[in-house]
Write a protein that binds this ligand. Structure first.
Ligand code: NAD
Length: 330
């Protein structure tokens, strides 16, 4: 099975590539080739038991080699993330909308040439909804985004569902929760602080908290996000009908509970978190739903989430040492 990851150099793209390299299989089938595509040439995962091609380019002008003929699974992760898409409307619209158009056209060309319709696993976002802090959203909640990134993700879901109906591809869009704990440095996602309030104290560094301690958020771990992407790549889509989008089974937590989990793993670490209000960040994340009732995802076999303290421990096990080295903190 040939697999492509668009956005293969990003946080989740690298984790996904590493997992494919470790497993060697996807959905019970042997992976025979992996293509990683991103703006800068992504690193190949070490020890992959199959050939890995790494390519640099723009998803909007998607080169043919990014999704070679015979590709069965495309993970479309390439995106301009939330705060960046809000700050630069043209860039977000270009990459998040036109980039998805380009993915559809590439798949369409493969089908027109007689190939199978590739499974496209698309990373949509919880930011495609808006809600109050008191809401729990059912599976059929309407997407009424409160920011440009969310609007672009919702629009991409729709055109991918239509392309599936037309047989150009076979899409599963996963509306990912805020993925914590993100390794590396703070980034331009409005949700960056949810990771920073765990990661930075574990690195011995101070960090700011821009929202109140009782702020509620829908989260998942990178491990679980990767599990869901892999499940979406291999699952039977015949029961999904026209609705190709999934609210996966994340967990609803508050900042206070997250800091409690941090304290459990490293007592005293919470003292590094400083309350500094940021109205711009609070305005973006304040419209994101804090909880879902993801019944459809459970029916479709998406794995339930591990407890919050495991999320903090997983960061320590998987990413703390590498983050420390990358940031020159050793
Ligand atoms: N991390 C989260 O909390 C979260 C939550 C919800 C949804 N998502 C979605 O999941 C996906 C992966 O997220 P991530 O956290 O790994 O983000 P990331 O920013 O680390 O990765 C996205 C990648 O897309 C690439 N990219 C941007 N513009 C591009 C272009 N024009 N051409 C080619 N590549 C381009 C970037 O270089 C980057 O490597 C994204 O689609 C994101 O919107 C993430």
């Amino acid at each position: 099975m040939k697999v492509s990851i668009l956005g293969g150099g990003g946080f989740l793209g690298r984790k996904l590539a590493a997992r494919l390299a470790a497993d060697g299989t996807l959905g019970g089938k042997q992976v025979t080739a992996l293509t990683l595509f991103d703006m800068a040439e992504p690193p190949a995962p070490p020890g992959a038991p199959f050939p890995v091609t790494t390519l640099a380019g723009d998803v909007v002008d998607l080169p043919e080699a990014a999704i070679p003929p015979g590709t069965e699974v495309v993970f479309h992760l390439a995106a301009v993330v939330s705060a960046a898409a809000e700050a630069d409307y043209d860039l977000g619209r270009r990459v998040n909308l036109r980039g998805t158009d380009a993915v559809i056209d590439a798949c369409r060309r493969l089908v027109a040439a007689g190939g199978p319709a590739p499974r496209v696993v698309f990373t949509s976002s919880v930011a495609s909804f808006s809600a109050t802090q008191a809401d729990t959203l059912p599976d059929d909640a309407r997407q009424v985004p409160g920011n440009s990134y969310g609007a672009q993700k919702a629009a991409a879901e729709l055109i991918l569902a239509d392309a599936s109906r037309r047989g150009f591809l076979d899409a599963v869009s996963i509306r990912l929760p805020t993925v914590i704990v993100r390794p590396g440095r703070p980034n331009k996602a409005a949700s960056s602080f949810f990771s920073a309030i765990v990661r930075e104290p574990l690195l011995g560094l101070d960090t700011d908290l821009p929202v109140a301690d009782d702020f509620a958020v829908w989260v998942c771990s990178p491990r679980r996000a990767v599990d869901w992407l892999l499940h979406a790549a291999g699952m039977d889509t015949s029961t999904m009908g026209l609705d190709r989008s999934i609210n996966p089974p994340g967990i609803s937590t508050t900042v206070a509970h997250l800091l409690q989990a941090l304290e459990e793993v490293q007592p005293g670490a919470g003292a590094k978190v400083h309350r500094v209000e940021d109205a711009a960040i609070a305005a973006i994340v304040g419209t994101w739903p804090p909880a879902f009732e993801p019944l459809r995802a459970r029916t479709l076999g998406f794995a339930p989430h591990e407890p919050l303290v495991e999320v903090v421990r997983a960061f320590v096990e998987d990413d703390l040492a590498a983050t420390r080295a990358e940031r020159g903190l050793d």
